[in-house]
Write a protein that binds this ligand. Structure first.
Ligand code: MLT
Length: 405
């Protein structure tokens, strides 16, 4: 009889956003007349920038010609996209990342999940709490997280780094030794951003101990505060200890189009093994690359018109985040985030539980949020709202929440 991966049995219930979708569709089914406003999952609402769709149309036409047809592409991504990324996202910032250190993929979520292939099962994994659930669940599936404790909401083998109001939602270096450290800035879910000074100790720690930083920078384009680094490689020494995940989902509206990239520097070596070579080996074996048409669309983001159009879309989401932040604060909630991030992190009123407040807003305001507890025990007592909604709907949602409060 086949043996199954028993780790799946240890996973609690369903994936966070699937559980939210389940509750929302149950409510909609029972109340078909209600018009819900969704500020839950961080999914964009504005259409793709015109420069992107023009490039994709042109690529589709190319594909219809004998000379312009593309079959299997390079697993690592086409040079035209890797070169543009290396130059504009890194070298123009004074960071010497090279194209062969960049791997194009179909999403930061997949890469964050797949990266665990590179690491041994006995590694100690440190995660922020609250945290994007993918880091936790993928380590649990691999068998690195131990057992889940329903009472504490924690996995026995993970090291949790609480990110709470008292520490400005920034993790502190763990007291025990850890090997794989997940950091996400600007942070999902709290919206907190980290400065160079705040990131430096992590780079020093990883280089000193031989740990690896898994740095999720999917929300980088939302940074507006001067001095907040746009990549971990702005921190001296990061190229010998950090892998960075980036995505076009939130920057250019690619949530449904799928394109992202991961940076694995050649200088990152552990136990004599090049992580760049290992990731290349892994991708060549398990991945056949992102469609040519999609990569052409992504490359258009790096043209002057593409950049301007992306900025115009971002401005809408940033304004939405401001409306949420200021509206909820005016209604008496304690809020943070929403400045260098599309996410606003709001404390529930009167110590109400996250899921209870989520349900209340769903039923009384017809607004979908994300319960903070879904991101880990330290998220209890919070909800997350996203700035990715439509402009008018976002204003309405804030008004409705204020009405309920
Ligand atoms: C979120 O809402 O946290 C994200 O949209 C989920 C994701 O990017 O996978």
């Amino acid at each position: 009889m086949v043996q199954m991966n028993a780790n799946f049995q240890k996973l609690p219930g369903s994936y966070l956003f699937s559980e939210i979708a389940r509750r929302v569709s149950a409510y909609t089914e029972a109340n078909p007349d209600k018009k819900l406003i969704k500020l839950g999952i961080g999914d964009v609402t504005l259409p793709l920038p015109a420069a992107v769709t023009a490039a994709m149309h042109a690529a589709v036409d190319e594909m219809a010609t004998a000379g312009g047809f593309h079959g299997y592409g390079p697993e690592q991504g086409y040079a035209f996209l890797r070169d543009a990324i290396a130059r504009q996202d890194y070298q123009d910032r004074g960071v010497s990342i090279q194209p062969d250190e960049i791997f194009i993929s179909d999403g930061a979520k997949s890469d964050c999940g797949n990266i665990v292939d590179l690491f041994g099962l006995d590694n100690k994994v440190a995660v922020c709490d609250p945290v994007y659930p993918v880091y936790v669940d993928t380590n649990a599936m691999a068998g690195r997280a131990g057992d889940f404790n329903e009472a504490t909401g924690r996995w026995s083998n993970l090291v949790y780094m609480p990110c709470v109001a008292e520490n400005g939602f920034l993790p502190e270096l763990p007291r025990e030794d850890v090997d794989m450290i997940y950091l996400c800035f600007p942070n999902n879910p709290t919206g907190a951003a980290a400065t160079k000074e705040q990131l430096l100790p992590w780079v020093e720690y990883a280089n000193r101990t031989g740990a690896v930083l898994l740095y999720d920078s999917a929300y980088e384009t939302f940074i507006t505060t001067p001095g907040v680094p746009h990549t971990i490689y702005e921190i001296p020494g990061a190229e010998t200890c950090a892998i960075e995940f980036r995505s076009f989902s939130k920057t250019a509206g690619f949530t449904g189009t799928r394109c992202a990239y991961t940076v694995v520097p050649k200088a990152l070596v552990r136990q004599g093994l090049s992580l760049n070579a290992m990731w290349n080996r892994r991708q060549c074996t398990k991945f056949n690359g992102v469609p040519y048409v999609v990569q052409r669309g992504a490359a258009a983001i790096y043209t002057p018109e593409g950049r301007a159009q992306v900025q115009a879309n971002l401005a809408v989401y940033q304004e939405n985040a401001r409306v949420i932040r200021e509206g909820l604060a005016a209604a008496g909630l304690t809020v943070s985030g929403g400045v260098d991030s599309p996410y606003v992190w709001a404390q529930t009123p009167n110590g109400m539980g996250s899921w209870a407040f989520f349900d209340r807003l769903l039923k009384e305001a017809n607004v979908v949020t994300t319960p903070g507890a879904g991101f880990g025990p330290s998220g209890e007592g919070y909800i997350r709202l996203t700035g990715f909604g439509e402009r008018e709907a976002t204003r309405q949602a804030v008004e409705r929440i204020r009405g309920v409060l």
